[in-house]
Write a protein that binds this ligand. Structure first.
Ligand code: PAF
Length: 264
């Protein structure tokens, strides 16, 4: 398919299975440009586990309706051949690509950066919107845009939560009713940490609360410096807590800015 896009263009790249979080990104995109493109592409390069790729929820017809009702002008669902007509030149996420989410997901962030760069090349948007839910992904994409001097403004959008606090994710549909209940420990722990006045108490509360739920298998819970993704210190101006773990065989991630005594 030849893309005939109108500019200025705000671009919302997705892997489909759209939910209210994506819809809020799409309506936010509308405030940056009159033309909003939503791509739906389940990128095989960012799945280190073939089973996870096979199980990734797909509903293109439903996605198109949701995207359009949120304000999308174009919905584009390219094939693997359109995105990767030949062996792609892999963009490395560097050392940070092997930390946090990257520890168990070897090559994941290289796959994300490679597809995002390719999508940017094909669509040349003025604006691109990404959610804070995948905070490490957002950090790496912003760094790539800066390092390659791409003429694109990256807009970051806050996490959208269910009424009970669970961060919206396309994977949530795979949680059992019991798992869904257990998953609430993550946002509870993040809120508990965010209420603390200093870094040490926040770290303690974060881990203590996460331990209260036996069905949640913790992978990591860290407070990092948003500016450089290093572990936060008491001098960090913008600390953010990151949590990742498993409920049954489903991996969940979440994060929240910390604001000890209003230091931000
Ligand atoms: O966040 C996602 O949905 C994906 O990682 C992205 C940015 C669309 C790249 O495939």
């Amino acid at each position: 398919m030849k893309l005939e896009l109108l500019h200025p263009l705000a671009f919302v790249p997705t892997m489909g299975a759209l939910h209210a979080g994506h819809q809020s990104l799409i309506s936010m995109a509308k405030s940056y440009a009159p033309n909003v493109l939503v791509s739906v592409f389940v990128n095989p390069l960012q799945f280190e586990n073939p089973d996870d790729l096979a199980k990734y929820p797909r509903d293109l017809a439903g996605d198109a309706v949701k995207a359009e009702s949120a304000g999308a002008t174009f919905v584009w669902s390219p094939t693997v051949e359109e995105i990767y007509p030949s062996e792609p030149k892999i963009i490395s996420a560097g050392e940070l690509g092997n930390k946090f989410e990257g520890v168990h997901r070897f090559g994941h962030f290289d796959g994300v950066l490679t597809v995002v760069k390719r999508l940017f090349d094909l669509t040349q948007p003025e604006f691109a919107l990404f959610g804070e839910k995948d905070f490490q992904q957002l950090f790496l994409i912003k760094r790539m845009v800066r390092e390659l001097a791409l003429p694109i403004t990256v807009i970051e959008a806050p996490i959208v939560r269910e009424a009970d606090g669970l961060a919206m994710s396309s994977r949530n549909v795979r949680l059992s009713a019991e798992g869904r209940q257990a998953a609430l420990v993550i946002s509870r722990a993040l809120h508990a940490a965010a209420r603390q006045q200093d870094l040490d108490s926040a770290r303690t509360l974060l881990h203590q609360t996460l331990r209260e739920e036996a069905r949640f298998a913790l992978d990591y819970a860290e407070i990092i410096d948003e500016e450089n993704f290093e572990i936060a210190s008491s001098a960090t101006a913008k600390p953010r807590a990151l949590v990742a773990g498993w409920i049954n065989d489903l991996r969940l991630i979440d994060n929240m800015p910390m604001n000890f005594g209003g230091q931000r």
